[in-house]
Design a protein around this ligand. Structure first.
Ligand SMILES: NC(=O)c1ccc[n+]([C@@H]2O[C@H](COP(=O)([O-])OP(=O)(O)OC[C@H]3O[C@@H](n4cnc5c(N)ncnc54)[C@H](O)[C@@H]3O)[C@@H](O)[C@H]2O)c1
Length: 328
């Protein structure tokens, strides 16, 4: 079965395409290589993998790709990712995250592609009204950044049955913040960044240590996509799932405490902020009950994994811009 993966050269995408190949899927990956071309060379010669350098705002090229290939599914990850990156380039973010997503969605419906999986985010929940409770898929969305606003807009388009047809099977996955090693590493994500700073013996400066967020390993991210692809259509069509594990909600302070367990002499400085627009604890009961999804990794696993890589000394320059989605 052939799958079109957009953004497959990215942090999550470069792990996903490898896992999909192992599962026997044929992959056509499109990406404009915004963060360089180091994440895919080893798999590019494989017969089940095709890479096309394509900006998804290029409707003509995207249409050619979609029309030329019999895809079973589209997994749409390409985006300007994160609040800071969208804030820095709002016009590009609107073009890529909204306009190009809408075009891709329309092409998929037109072409009769069966499955469409959209990478959304738990950031859509914004700030919880009651910090002692958990939000779930039925909770109101309160995006507080352009990044989340555009994700919500695409979800609305995708999940409205009148925009598709009865054969179409769109699913939105609201992912937790990801961590863990990837061929396109990102050191601008909380667990990865905190671990890197402390493992390198630097003083870690933490803002808003009391605010909650859920976390999910990059391998579990890809497992959720695989399970969605394989799930019966009636379970996932026009449906939305939070992706993560209810036990994997952490405050930043809790992540630091996990780090201090393995790096007891780690240096940390807390900087109090009383307000954070994003503060949410998320329930992942629906994906567990509907798809049997169970995260294989925990934040402490991710911390150990990154420390091992750092101690092995295989990364020459942690400040290389390719590890960050905004200038660092
Ligand atoms: N990283 C997280 O914590 C997280 C959490 C929730 C959801 N997500 C979602 O998962 C997806 C992947 O995130 P990521 O962390 O791998 O980000 P990433 O920035 O590493 O990957 C995005 C990829 O999209 C590509 N891209 C950007 N603009 C493009 C364009 N115009 N045309 C073609 N390709 C383009 C980039 O080159 C990059 O390879 C995104 O949709 C993101 O919103 C990520």
């Amino acid at each position: 079965m052939n799958v079109l993966v957009t953004g497959g050269a990215g942090y999550a995408g470069s792990v996903l395409v490898r896992n999909l190949l192992l599962e026997g899927y044929g992959i056509l990956c499109v990406d404009n290589l915004r963060y360089g071309q180091n994440s895919l060379p080893d798999i590019s010669a494989g017969e089940n993998f095709t890479f096309i350098k394509c900006d998804i705002t290029d409707r003509k090229l995207l249409k050619e790709i979609v029309n030329r290939n019999p895809f079973y599914a589209v997994v749409h990850l390409a985006a300007i990712v994160g609040d800071p990156a969208c804030k820095r380039e709002p016009d590009v973010a609107r073009k890529v995250n909204w306009e190009a997503s809408k075009q891709l969605f329309e092409l998929a419906v037109e072409r009769g592609i069966s499955r469409f999986i959209f990478a959304s985010t738990c950031s859509n929940y914004g700030k919880m009204a009651n910090p002692d409770s958990y939000v779930d898929e039925t909770s109101p969305l309160a995006p507080v950044s352009l990044y989340a606003e555009l994700k919500v807009k695409v979800e609305e388009l995708l999940l409205d049955r009148k925009n598709g047809n009865s054969e179409f099977c769109p699913t939105s996955l609201r992912f937790s913040t990801i961590y863990g090693m990837s061929p396109r590493m990102r050191f601008d994500l909380t667990v990865n960044e905190f671990t890197k700073e402390m493992a390198l013996g630097r003083e870690l400066v933490v803002f808003g240590e009391q605010f909650w967020r859920p976390y999910c390993h990059v391998q579990d991210y890809s497992l959720a996509i695989l399970q969605t692809l394989k799930a019966p259509k009636e379970t996932v069509a026009y449906n939305v799932f939070n992706v993560g594990d209810t036990n994997e909600n952490y405050t930043k302070k809790m992540i630091v405490d996990e780090l201090l367990r393995v790096i007891p002499d780690g240096k940390v400085r807390y900087t109090k902020i009383d307000e954070d627009p994003r503060d949410y604890r998320v329930s992942f009961k629906k994906i567990r009950d509907s798809l049997g999804f169970k995260a294989a990794f925990t934040v402490p696993d991710g911390i150990s994994e990154i420390i091992d890589v750092i101690r092995a000394g295989v990364i020459a320059n942690y400040e290389d811009p390719r590890f960050y989605n905004t200038p660092h």
